[in-house]
Design a protein around this ligand. Structure first.
Ligand SMILES: NC(=O)c1ccc[n+]([C@@H]2O[C@H](COP(=O)([O-])OP(=O)(O)OC[C@H]3O[C@@H](n4cnc5c(N)ncnc54)[C@H](O)[C@@H]3O)[C@@H](O)[C@H]2O)c1
Ligand SMILES: [Zn+2]
Length: 402
């Protein structure tokens, strides 16, 4: 029998806009984004992270005023829907089902919009609901955390957790647009401000030594979340993620390697094992430390580079150990990571700051020793911090300990 070889190419393009006060009626960014639809009037369902609503009580009023000012272009079909912020909305099916039900009830079609406002978790859940309703409703993401503005919110993936596994269900679905509003960051906790810096360190380590050097030089400002330094870190990190998706040759991750997931094989497990106590970025910081340590132990990475990586992570304020690390089953975690990607095992490791290689075999015993080293290092740090407090109460820095 003959075979018909089907072949076509789809090209994607979407803007990632950096702005401030997106719902100021005079801010043109959202209105201009909607105009890209080519329609004179655009129907939209807004979904918002519950924490964003709680910490910005006048947000609903601002959105409503924005709608009134742009009524000829934009119709909000119903009051914004509040989605429980954080991992809860990815663990439990309630929110995704509700968003899908709202799409059905308010006749949101494939030319209408879901406007999702929130952290990476809410954007992942809302994105999954958007991608699966009518096989894909247009999605505008308004990321509200550092991590979602520089990583989770700018890419092409969404997903929810299932069967106790992170991101087990999900799709590749590029958004219609992303609008990064820096004003949202003002209400974040220190932990969430810090968590997003881990992804920037990650992307710098695998792709851009200069970016790493600039963060290293500005580590004191990063540690106090100085807005100017944070904004340029977010911009460069988002830019690098976008560059990778566009030019890396595998935007929908069909291959076995996923270089942007440096440090992530253990990070995903640590999030699961700590039952959500560790935030994604905090787990990534530990994962980066672990895989950098392993890169050094295997002779790939130099001593000085390792010291600088650990110093940057320490100085920004990350804790590079968590009890969940002691429960980490390295073999199982690597197998799960491999299964999630498909194909052969491929773990990004560092050969220098800014350069990576892919390892297809991991020495499990050596990796376990690296886990122990991180634990010992943390103990030494605690002891030294205690000593510093007693002896030199104002001592600014501890020694660097690889
Ligand atoms: N799709 C992807 O490509 C991708 C990539 C990386 C990470 N992720 C996912 O992103 C999630 C992590 O995202 P995150 O780091 O943004 O955390 P998050 O979404 O869990 O948000 C952290 C906390 O901050 C709250 N919050 C959000 N914005 C706020 C604001 N402006 N002010 C005050 N509180 C606010 C949230 O309600 C939550 O409690 C994980 O589920 C991870 O798996 C997805
Ligand atoms: Zn990540």
């Amino acid at each position: 029998m003959p075979t018909i070889q089907q072949n076509f190419t789809v090209s994607y393009s979407y803007p990632v806009i950096f702005t401030r006060e997106v719902f100021d009626p005079d801010n043109p960014d959202l209105a201009e984004t909607l105009r890209l639809s080519g329609r004179s009037r655009n129907r939209a369902l807004v979904v918002i992270d519950s924490e964003v609503l709680r910490t910005t009580p006048d947000l609903l009023q601002k959105i409503s005023r924005y709608g009134e000012r742009h009524a000829s272009l934009l119709e909000f079909v119903v009051q914004p829907f509040s989605v429980r912020g954080g991992e809860t909305c990815k663990h439990e099916p309630f929110e995704v089902e509700q968003i899908q039900a709202l799409v059905e009830r308010y006749k949101i079609c494939r030319h209408s919009f879901i406007i999702a406002i929130g952290g990476g978790a809410v954007l992942d859940a809302a994105g999954y609901a958007a991608a699966t309703s009518h096989r894909g409703v247009r999605l505008i993401r308004l990321p509200t955390t550092v991590l979602s503005q520089n990583d989770a919110g700018v890419g092409v993936k969404n997903g929810v957790n299932a069967f106790g596994r992170k991101n087990f269900l999900g799709t590749f679905a590029p958004p219609f647009a992303v609008i990064n509003d820096s004003a949202f960051l003002a209400t974040l906790t220190e932990r969430d401000l810090r968590a997003g810096i881990a992804e920037a360190i990650k992307v710098a380590l695998i792709r851009d030594r200069h970016f790493f050097d600039s963060m290293y030089a500005a580590r004191a400002e990063l540690a106090r979340f100085a807005p100017r330094v944070m904004e340029s870190m977010i911009f460069r990190c988002a830019e690098m993620h976008l560059e990778h998706i566009a030019t890396g040759g595998d935007p929908f991750e069909c291959g076995s390697s996923r270089p942007l997931d440096f440090g992530h094989w253990s990070a995903h497990k640590l999030e699961e094992l700590s039952a959500g106590e560790l935030k994604h970025g905090e787990a990534v910081a530990i994962g980066i430390a672990l895989d950098s340590m392993y890169s050094y132990q295997t002779g790939l990475l130099g001593d000085l580079d390792l010291r600088r990586i650990l110093t940057l992570l320490d100085d920004v304020g990350f804790t590079l150990y968590h009890p969940a690390l002691s429960w980490l089953d390295v073999t199982r975690a690597l197998a799960d990571f491999q299964e999630h990607l498909g194909g052969e095992l491929s773990i990004p490791l560092l050969t220098a700051i800014g350069m990576k290689t892919e390892a297809h075999v991991i020495d499990v015993a050596l990796m376990q020793r690296c886990v122990s080293k991180l634990s010992e290092r943390e103990e030494r740090k605690k002891t030294m911090n205690g000593m510093n407090t007693v002896t030199v109460g104002t001592c600014e820095r501890k020694q660097n300990m690889p």
